[in-house]
Design a protein around this ligand. Structure first.
Ligand SMILES: *Cc1c(COP(=O)(O)O)cnc(C)c1O
Length: 393
């Protein structure tokens, strides 16, 4: 007897999604011994107080299921942190939920809020999990393209394109600021326009603010702080980027109780809970004095300056980065035309790994010549990468 199985076990809607570019490029880095400025993870550890608190929690029995919404100490610390830095008042019992990284918070929010066919307005290039989560929900993305300005090179969008992206099927706007991969920090004026459109079309906003403490130019303004937005905005952040612990996957969502409870409804069937010994440690980190946050910011700003100068020296076109872990570069001055080809060849050519940003666009032509470098690395690692890119290694 012969048995047959369906040819491709994967559901149709997920077939366009291959292996993430980060996995491909990080594997390439390991295989070739290249300096990995592709994936955005720091190569130094986070605050020692946080690491000690995690070790202590692990050794003293914090190893079973925490409460669904997260341990009270962490929910209180999240609420205090939002009050301290952004002036947002949150009830730790009903307006905060701890998640398995920002990624789960965003996925759960989209799955909780979108019916099949609903539209999500976002900006491209977008963080790659957005497209997958929107697709899994059966929703439709309406990306608005960010392009480097002719003068100055900061990424901007066309107001008319943003207005046109909103329509009768829009359910939510998904906004990432500071923005990965472009390093764009949305201005007060841009946020006011987004806020107006959300209210005019009566839609929700989900904001991904994982780089909230990594702004080097301009200022970080949570969309939730704009008039009329608190009640319709779910704010997402995470410990990973702020405390150099990207492997911990401790994130959170805050917002009005009805949005937080919708997220929790879905989240309980995705992971239920996570990282119980890490939760008290993140509570410690969130309560660190302001000095931690300013020193961390200053260190990353110096890294940004170092890498930006080095990339210019190596002949790239470089766009100003006002925040995040990243700077984007134009490969055309070096004779490149396609970022994917360029990045696949770069380890052999120069011994460095970068990420092509075109994979984060629906309109891939807009990003074909752009690649992203991470500067969340030790200065000597950045210097070594630059030496290699200049052909001096
Ligand atoms: C890293 C990153 C995330 C993922 O955060 P986790 O807490 O690791 O899930 C989400 N959004 C953006 C823009 C990121 O860069």
């Amino acid at each position: 007897m012969t048995t047959s199985t369906p040819a491709d076990p994967l559901v149709t809607r997920m077939r366009p999604f291959g292996t993430t570019i980060f996995a491909e490029m990080s594997a390439l880095a390991v295989r070739t011994g290249a300096v990995n400025l592709g994936q955005g993870f720091p190569d130094t550890d986070g605050p020692p107080e946080m690491l000690a608190a995690a070790a202590e929690a692990l050794a003293t029995g914090a190893n079973q299921y925490p409460p669904l919404a997260g341990i009270p100490a962490l929910r209180h610390a999240i609420a205090e942190h939002e009050q301290r830095f952004w002036g947002l008042e949150r009830d730790p019992d009903s307006e905060v939920v701890v998640t398995a990284g920002a990624t789960e918070a965003i996925a759960a929010a989209i799955l909780a809020l979108c019916e099949p066919g609903d539209e999500v307005v976002c900006f491209e290039p977008y963080y790659d999990s957005y497209a997958a989560s929107i697709t899994l929900a059966g929703a439709v993305r309406r990306p608005v393209t960010l392009r480097p300005a002719e003068t100055g090179g900061r990424y901007e969008f066309d107001e008319a394109a943003l207005r046109a992206a909103f329509g009768p099927r829009t359910r939510l706007a998904l906004l990432n600021t500071p923005h990965n991969p472009t390093g764009k920090v949305f201005s007060g004026e841009e946020l006011a326009l987004i806020a107006d459109l959300c209210q005019e079309h009566d839609v929700f906003a989900v904001t991904d603010e994982v780089y909230e403490h990594l702004v080097f130019g301009g200022e970080h303004i949570p969309l939730a702080t704009l008039p009329g937005m608190r009640d319709r905005t779910l704010r997402v952040s995470s410990a990973g980027k702020t405390f150099s612990c990207t492997g911990w996957k401790v994130g959170w969502a805050t917002g009005p109780a009805r949005l937080v409870s919708a997220v929790q409804r879905v989240k309980q069937f995705l992971t239920f809970v996570n990282a119980s010994p890490l939760q008290p440690a993140v509570a410690v980190a969130l309560r660190l004095p302001d000095a931690y946050f300013t020193e961390f910011n200053a260190r990353m700003r110096a890294n940004r300056d170092r890498l930006t100068a080095g990339l210019l020296d190596a002949g790239f076109g470089v766009f100003p980065s006002d925040g995040t872990y990243f700077v984007t570069a134009d490969i055309r001055p070096l004779g490149g035309t396609d970022g994917i080809e360029f990045c696949r060849a770069l380890p052999a050519r120069s011994g460095v790994v970068a990420v092509p940003t075109q994979v984060f666009y629906d309109h891939q032509d807009a990003g074909r010549h752009l690649i992203r470098f991470a500067f969340c690395k030790r200065p000597e690692v950045i210097d070594e990468a630059v030496r290699r890119l200049k052909g001096q290694a």
